[in-house]
Design a protein around this ligand. Sequence first.
Ligand code: CP
Length: 308
Amino acid sequence: MSVLSTKHLLGIKYITTEDIQAIFKAASDFKEVINRPIKKVPSLRDMTVANLFFENSTRTRISFELAERRLSADVLNFTASSSSVSKGETLLDTVKNILSMKVDMVVMRHPAPGAHHFLSKHIDANIINAGDGTHEHPTQALLDAFSMQEALNDNLKGKNIVIVGDILHSRVALSNIFCLQKLGANVKVCGPPTLIPKHIQELGVGVEYNIRKALEWCDVANVLRIQLERQDTKFFPSLREYMLYYGINKALLDDIGKPITILHPGPINRGVEITSDVADSDHSIILQQVENGVAIRMAVLYLLSGKR
Ligand code: CP
């Protein structure tokens, strides 16, 4: 039985602030574990977790696998490109076949928004959403918010956080908005009008089209990748023009002259969303995000499994 209010992690929208705090508390404990010489605990030693990736991933896939191994789970990896999906097998048949091998938990990335909701109506195993199309990426939002709290040495209540870039195609943006609001932060989005969803204010977020004003307002900027692979029409004239109007460089940060923490969920297009002198500067906590990702995913797996 899950220790959280839900059996699955389908999205941040469906969990409570108390769930988020419980995940952060467990992640802090696991972060201490993974910085020890012996980084493993036996918490999930009798469990099997399947990582089902129907879409490309570097960070999330590796981070989940490492989290599962650190918890001593048995791990099964599946990638769609080398599977019988290419022979026409349905998602449900693929997953049911894998589950018949006595799998307890499923971590899945899928290009179709809602694929995890569909699956949750048909299978018993716990499901963790590792990204569903342009919908949600809950563990990314959890690790982002956890990393922000760590960098600010404070909780996020009343903090000003701007999410910059391709909001329209981003699952990270929606999960971040839900998570940051549940933690009491003020959230704005910033980007070209063509990359901001039309009715986003209805989610209670502000919209700022000027990057300098957005940065002057914020304590933290979470900078998103331009998702060219999801853009079937041109949303801005060129990457060079995007960089000129929305790219964050060190000269701009120096000119604003206040401490702004910069995150990027990766993968980065260096020289497009941020320049290297920002990505590798003291403003940036990009590698801390990746480190915290393992602890957050250990916490989610552990709490959903119901182990204590
Ligand atoms: N941040 C993120 O989801 O990266 P990957 O696509 O490499 O998993």
